[in-house]
Design a protein around this ligand. Structure first.
Ligand code: SF4
Ligand code: SF4
Length: 321
């Protein structure tokens, strides 16, 4: 019997999602034994024309990581959508926009100017910005267009499932592959991770007070962090209460608070708004000037509450549509 055909593709991301496939270690051999990987540009020499030549729906699954920030990424995911029976948004950037999505806080021109003219390490005396077409002696070269705002994968094409995380935890990838290969998949649209909060799986949960009240917010570099106690109990912003579980808490075990890469549970519409509302509810302050002083410790509020989810948020997604 022929094996299911699988594609992996990388849009706007750091590449960490693809590395987690390798992090399956010897488990990757089981994957290779169970499926035929017929498109994986980062690791195997297949071309776009190979995908174009395939029949529609020939791939059983396409795992697509990264946000959609260029016209080339848009074209490729539309092509893979046509060729795959199921598409999985793989990792935070495809799921909710991720770190590239923070660019949506600025307009396209500001981003290009910053990247190509203004960073301290840039030497671009002629102020040259990327062109979309270039005449060379062989003809005209056309380059991808940088979109006005990054999109999540499901803002670009229909998506069957999501594997969250920055990068997606190996445990979730193994579970998802097991479900795909056994044909025991949950309903379409499911995020393939436990639908409970990070706190429920956290080794520090017994030190989190039932009635939490924070007087002063602190930043991790300002304190010696207790390795056993709940971060919130120590006045440090931890996104565990509003973040989906399933990562096996590597950050927390490394003595750093959760920053929320697995995104929200199914009951939450806007991750950042939920996180902000949660934090406001545990601040033990009823005086406006003290509240302002406490919140001034949040030097990067957008990056704190919406680090991985600007494009998916209700507040910021309008520019994409
Ligand atoms: S708030 Fe953070 S440290 Fe505290 S129990 Fe939840 S996940 Fe663990
Ligand atoms: S602890 Fe939080 S930030 Fe760290 S991997 Fe898990 S969900 Fe992501």
């Amino acid at each position: 019997m022929s094996k299911p055909k699988v594609a992996f593709y990388w849009c706007a991301s750091c590449g960490g999602c693809e590395e987690t496939v390798v992090d399956l270690a010897e488990g990757v051999l089981d994957v290779v034994a169970a499926v035929d990987i017929l498109f994986w540009p980062v690791a195997l020499d297949f071309k776009r024309s190979d995908v174009e030549a395939m029949a529609d729906g020939e791939f059983a699954v396409a795992f697509i990581n990264g946000a959609i920030c260029t016209s080339e990424q848009e074209e490729m995911v539309h092509l893979l959508r046509r060729k795959a029976q199921a598409v999985i948004a793989f990792g935070s950037c495809a799921h909710t926009g991720g770190i590239p999505g923070l660019g949506n806080l600025y307009d396209r021109e500001s981003l290009l100017n910053r990247a190509y003219k203004e960073t301290p390490s840039t030497a671009n005396h002629d102020g040259i910005l990327p062109a979309e077409s270039l005449d060379v002696k062989e003809g005209t070269v056309t380059l991808p267009h940088f979109l006005e705002g990054c999109k999540t994968l499901d803002q670009t094409i229909p998506v069957e499932y999501y594997i969250p995380g920055c990068p997606p935890p190996v445990r979730l990838i193994k579970d998802a592959l097991g479900a795909i290969l056994s044909g025991k998949l949950p309903p379409r649209g499911t995020v393939l991770a436990p639908d409970i909060a990070q706190c429920d799986e956290c080794g520090r949960k017994d030190t989190k007070p039932d009635k939490l009240m924070i007087e002063n917010l602190k930043r991790p570099q300002e304190v010696i962090i207790d390795q056993e106690k709940c971060f919130l109990e120590q006045g440090l912003v931890c996104m565990g209460p509003v973040t989906r579980a399933g990562c096996d808490t590597p950050c927390i075990d490394g003595n750093m608070p959760c920053t929320g890469c697995l995104g929200p549970t199914s009951r939450v519409k806007d991750y950042g708004a939920k996180a902000l509302a949660f934090l406001a509810s545990v601040l033990d302050i009823d005086d406006e000037s003290r509240a302002k002083e406490a919140l001034s410790k949040l030097v990067d509020p957008e990056g704190t509450f919406y680090r991985y989810s600007v494009p998916a948020s209700l507040l910021f997604h309008r520019r994409n549509h």
